[in-house]
Ligand binder design. Structure first.
Ligand SMILES: Cc1cc2nc3c(=O)[nH]c(=O)nc-3n(C[C@H](O)[C@H](O)[C@H](O)COP(=O)(O)OP(=O)(O)OC[C@H]3O[C@@H](n4cnc5c(N)ncnc54)[C@H](O)[C@@H]3O)c2cc1C
Length: 414
C-alpha cells in the first residue's frame, strides 16, 4: 500500500452546513477533487424540531456560496428561484431568511451531492497511514448503520471543530507565525532537544520561553547559563518573575492579561516559584552576566501579561509549556497527539492542523471546520470563503501528485 494513492483526496467527517459548503466549493473548483462525506445521521437534517418561526441571524448573502462565488448555482437567490419564490422573498422586505426556509435551502443543496455522501456512517477514529516515514495518508475508521467497521484512506481530512469550548485545552500557539520559521519545543521535550538548542552557531539563536510553571522557569534559568545563545525572552503570567521597577516609578505593574492562547488552565495558574527566591535570583543574575559578557548585545527580557505573540515574534525557538492541540479534545484524533503541534486559525470558521516537521507529508492535510460563529447559534459568515480555501489547497496538492509541495510551512517546524 505504501506506493499507492489513498482512495480519496479528502474525507469530510459529517455533512452539516460547513461540509455542504465544502462540497459546493469542490464542485465549482477548476479541477474538483475526489471527496467523500461520511454522515452519521440516516439522512440530511439541520436541527430538526428546533426550527421555530424565527429568522436567521444574518442576511441571505451569507449562504453557503455567495461570498466565495456570487455566480454559484448554490446561492440562496438561485434556491429561491428554483422554489419559485424569488420575487415574493424580495417583497417580504426581509434580508434574513426564515430558519425553516434555510433548512430547506440546506436540504436542497445537500440533495445535489447524494452520490458523494454516505449517510448512516459514523467516523470512529483516524489513524496515520503510510508505514515508517512521514504519514502519507489517513486511515479513517467508519462504522456503518449495521455496526460493521471498515477503513477508508484519505489524503486529507476535514472534521467539525469540537463544539464544546469548555472541554478544550486552551488554544496555544495558534497565533505564532508558523511561516516565519519559528520552531516550537514543548517543555517536556526540552531535555532531549537541549544539546541541539545549545550548540554553537554562527548567529546566536534567540529563544523565547512561554509558561508560568516550575519547569518553564527552570528552563529559563538553564538557557541563561548557555553563553552561545542570543536574546532570551520569558513570557509568563508568573508575577514572581516580574522585572524590578525603578525606584519611585509610581506606575502600577500591568495586570496579567495573557491572551487566551497562552493562558494556563485555571487549576495551574497559580505561581509555583514564588517561594524559590534563589531561582529568581539566579535568573536575574545570569541575565545580567549575559548582558555584560555580550557588551549589551544580548539581554534577558521578561514579559508579564502582554501579547505573547509579539513578544515571541523574533524568537528562532520557542520553548512552550503548552504545545496543546485542539485535536486532543476530539476523541476521533487521540492517536495523532504525537504528530500535532497545534491549530492555526483562519478566519472565523477554519483551523488548519499544524504537524511537526517531517511527521506528515506536505500533501496530507487536516482541517477543523465549523459553520458556527462565535456565539455558536449562527452560521459563520466566512464559511463559503474558507471552504474554498480548503479546496484550493487540495487542488494544489493534487496537481503535484507524487511530489511534495514546496511546503515552507512544514519545513519551518520542529
Ligand atoms: C438547536 C440549535 C439551533 C440552531 N439554530 C441556528 C439558526 O437558527 N441559525 C443559525 O445560523 N445557526 C443555528 N445554529 C447553529 C448551528 O450549529 C450552525 O448553524 C450549523 O449547524 C453548524 O454547522 P456545522 O456544519 O459546523 O456543524 P453541524 O451542523 O453540527 O454539522 C456537523 C455534522 O457532522 C456530523 N458528525 C459529527 N461527528 C461525526 C462523526 N464522527 N461521524 C459522522 N458524522 C459526524 C453531525 O451529525 C452533523 O450532521 C443552531 C444550533 C442548534 C444546536
Amino acid at each position: 500500500m505504501a506506493n499507492s494513492s489513498p482512495t480519496y483526496d479528502l474525507v469530510c467527517v459529517g455533512f452539516g452546513p460547513a461540509q455542504i459548503a465544502t462540497a459546493i466549493a469542490n464542485r465549482e473548483a477548476r479541477k474538483s477533487c475526489n471527496v467523500l462525506f461520511l454522515e452519521r445521521k440516516p439522512s440530511f437534517s439541520w436541527h430538526a424540531g428546533h426550527l421555530a418561526r424565527t429568522r436567521m441571524g444574518a442576511s441571505f448573502v451569507y449562504d453557503l456560496a455567495t461570498i466565495r462565488n456570487p455566480r454559484s448555482a448554490f446561492t440562496y437567490v438561485n434556491y429561491l428561484l428554483a422554489r419559485d419564490r424569488l420575487v415574493e422573498f424580495a417583497n417580504s422586505d426581509r434580508l434574513n431568511p426564515l430558519r425553516l426556509e434555510f433548512e430547506d435551502y440546506l436540504r436542497w443543496c445537500a440533495e445535489q451531492f447524494k452520490d458523494q455522501v454516505r449517510y448512516g456512517n459514523e467516523v470512529v477514529g483516524v489513524a496515520p497511514g503510510g508505514g515508517e516515514g512521514a504519514v502519507g495518508w489517513w486511515n479513517v475508521a467508519v462504522k456503518d448503520a449495521n455496526g460493521k467497521t471498515s477503513v477508508i484512506q484519505a489524503r486529507s481530512i476535514a472534521a467539525p471543530s469540537p463544539s464544546d469550548k469548555r472541554d478544550q485545552t486552551p488554544q496555544v500557539l495558534t497565533n505564532v507565525d508558523f511561516l516565519a520559521g519559528q520552531r516550537i519545543v514543548s517543555v517536556d521535550d526540552y531535555l532531549s532537544r537541549r544539546s541541539e538548542i545549545w550548540e554553537r552557531r554562527e548567529t546566536p539563536l534567540n529563544v523565547s520561553v512561554v509558561g508560568s510553571g516550575q519547569k518553564a522557569v527552570e528552563i529559563l534559568d538553564d538557557l541563561l547559563a548557555c553563553p552561545r545563545l542570543g536574546n532570551i525572552t520569558m513570557v509568563t503570567e508568573n508575577q514572581a518573575l516580574a522585572p524590578l521597577r525603578i525606584l519611585g516609578d509610581s506606575a502600577e505593574p500591568p495586570s496579567p492579561q495573557l491572551c487566551s492562547i497562552w493562558a494556563s488552565p485555571a487549576s495551574t495558574q497559580k505561581s509555583t516559584v514564588t517561594d524559590s527566591p534563589a531561582l529568581i535570583q539566579s535568573i536575574y543574575g545570569r541575565g545580567y552576566e549575559k548582558q555584560v559578557a555580550s557588551k549589551g548585545a544580548f539581554t534577558l527580557r521578561v514579559v508579564i501579561g502582554s501579547d505573547a505573540t509579539e513578544a515571541c515574534s523574533k524568537a528562532d525557538i520557542i520553548v512552550s509549556e503548552h504545545v496543546a492541540n485542539k485535536l486532543s479534545s476530539s476523541g476521533l484524533f487521540h492517536g495523532l497527539d504525537a504528530l500535532v503541534l497545534g491549530c492555526r486559525q483562519k478566519g472565523e470558521s477554519l483551523e488548519e492542523v499544524q504537524f511537526k516537521r517531517g511527521a506528515v507529508s506536505a500533501n496530507c492535510r487536516m482541517w477543523l471546520l465549523s459553520a458556527h460563529s462565535e456565539g455558536g447559534r449562527s452560521l459563520a459568515k466566512d464559511i463559503a470563503q474558507r471552504t474554498g480555501e480548503i479546496v484550493r489547497a487540495l487542488t494544489l496538492a493534487v496537481d503535484d501528485e507524487g511530489r511534495e509541495r514546496n511546503g515552507t510551512v512544514i519545513a519551518a517546524r520542529i
